[in-house]
Design a binder for this molecule. Structure first.
Ligand code: SF4
Length: 426
């Protein structure tokens, strides 16, 4: 990898971290259902929650009128919340009705919410009870997406972490890619690994229950998303080993991520170069087309998705931006360390949220671009700041070489729009 830029003299892995413990302004973990239900094609996500939870899901996903949706809400009514009804019996009836009507469902997730936590409805026990009734045809699991416990990307983490203990055991040496990527993007990664002779490769989550990976002491895994801390811990508890690497965002991130896996499997340099040369060149060209709009601009990340350190690394090293502050809800050094090594010292690193204090710092810095949640974007735009919605970075395909240009363009677009508006106003 001689043609990759060297790491900075001093990276951010050991940099001091400003820890914030104040009010949070992010979506809850239920949001993950939007991309998880697309990925897991025989799964159904049953949120045990209130009308608020149902509205969040419907507005985030768009109401699917013609399709048979693969998520829904078992509504907790006032009598449930007041403890006047047996919510467990109602849940069992609801699940029986659903599974009788939908024989295509092979995996059912009971998803906890703020209301189910308030009435202390034990969904883990409910899943065990329902499993004895519906296994082996349907596997029932539970996880929490409650806003009190999870930020919007953590829903995927709690979901995958709930799956790991149930996965079969194996002694086979296999690579598992962990994180729900759009199928077309996952296929690109599988094709590159396959061309290097690396395999068998499995995915967690798999598209269907029968393709879920088995885990054991010879399993090695690579994360495709940085927000999978709990899943990472569960896999290690099952004896699997993590291949630490920068995340596959941009040309450099993808090359270093692939190289770490290639090294694990003893892929020779010349084969690695042969497989990656053409897509790398395409990625470099695609990023360069947008980097001109980003070069020299400053960026401030409010803590939303846990993608922030990896994206800051991409934007500073491949697009010439300057990071003012890199906030992230949780800073997991075992997972984010390789990206922090490549992020040159300078930006404030912050973990957790205290929205008022962070907004004060944004206003003082007046960055060219602020990455933040939907709720903060409009007020900041009204103050003349340019913003990017963090959630878009999770909903859009942004991984690996073929999406590197799109990733850069997601950041360039708001800056270009601002420039055009200024030109029109002049
Ligand atoms: Fe709101 Fe909590 Fe339901 Fe999320 S889980 S929509 S934060 S009530």
């Amino acid at each position: 990898m001689t043609d990759l830029p060297p790491p900075p003299v001093k990276g951010c892995r050991e940099a001091p971290v400003l820890r914030e413990f104040g009010q949070r302004e992010v979506f809850c973990g239920l949001t993950g259902i939007i991309w998880l239900h697309r990925k897991m094609q025989d799964a159904f996500f049953l949120v045990v929650g209130s009308r608020t939870c149902a509205h969040l899901l419907q507005s985030a996903a768009g109401v699917m009128i013609f399709a048979e949706p693969r998520f829904g809400t078992a509504l907790l009514e006032e009598k449930d919340l007041a403890g006047l009804a047996d919510a467990n019996a109602e849940l069992d009836r609801e699940v029986d009705r659903l599974l009788a009507r939908r024989p295509d469902i092979r995996q059912l997730f009971l998803v906890g919410s703020c209301p189910s936590e308030v009435i202390k409805l034990d969904l883990e026990r409910a899943a065990e009870r329902l499993n004895t009734r519906h296994a082996p045809k349907v596997r029932v699991a539970s996880y929490t997406g409650a806003g009190t416990d999870t930020t919007f990307t953590q829903g995927e983490d709690t979901c995958l972490a709930a799956l790991v203990p149930e996965l079969d055991k194996t002694d086979a040496r296999e690579l598992v890619l962990v994180g729900a990527l759009p199928d077309v993007v996952e296929d690109q990664a599988l094709a590159l690994l396959n061309a290097m002779g690396i395999g068998p490769v499995r995915s967690l989550p798999a598209r269907r229950l029968e393709d879920m990976p088995a885990i054991g002491p010879n399993t090695v895994f690579a994360l495709t998303q940085p927000f999978l801390g709990e899943t990472h811990g569960q896999l290690i508890r099952r004896g699997a080993r993590h291949i630490a690497a920068p995340f596959p965002f941009g040309e450099e991130g993808t090359t270093r991520w692939l190289r770490a896996i290639a090294d694990e499997f003893g892929v020779p340099d010349d084969l690695f170069e042969k497989v990656t040369a053409a897509p790398r060149a395409r990625a470099r060209k695609a990023v360069a087309a947008h980097a001109e709009d980003l070069r020299g601009k400053s960026i401030f990340f409010l803590p939303d998705s846990q993608l922030e350190p990896a994206l800051a690394r991409f934007l500073t090293r491949e697009c010439g931006m300057t990071a003012v502050e890199v906030g992230t809800p949780f800073l997991h050094r075992g997972i984010m360390g390789p990206d922090l090594d490549l992020l040159a010292e300078g930006p404030v690193l912050s973990e957790g949220q205290d929205v008022d204090r962070q907004l004060d710092r944004v206003r003082a810095a007046r960055p060219d671009l602020t990455v933040c949640g939907l709720g903060l974007a409009n007020p900041l735009e009204a103050e003349g700041l340019t913003t990017k919605w963090a959630i878009e970075l999770v909903f859009s395909p942004v991984h690996f070489y073929e999406q590197a240009g799109d990733l850069a363009s997601l950041f360039a677009r708001p800056l270009n729009r601002k420039r055009l508006l200024k030109l029109e106003a002049a």
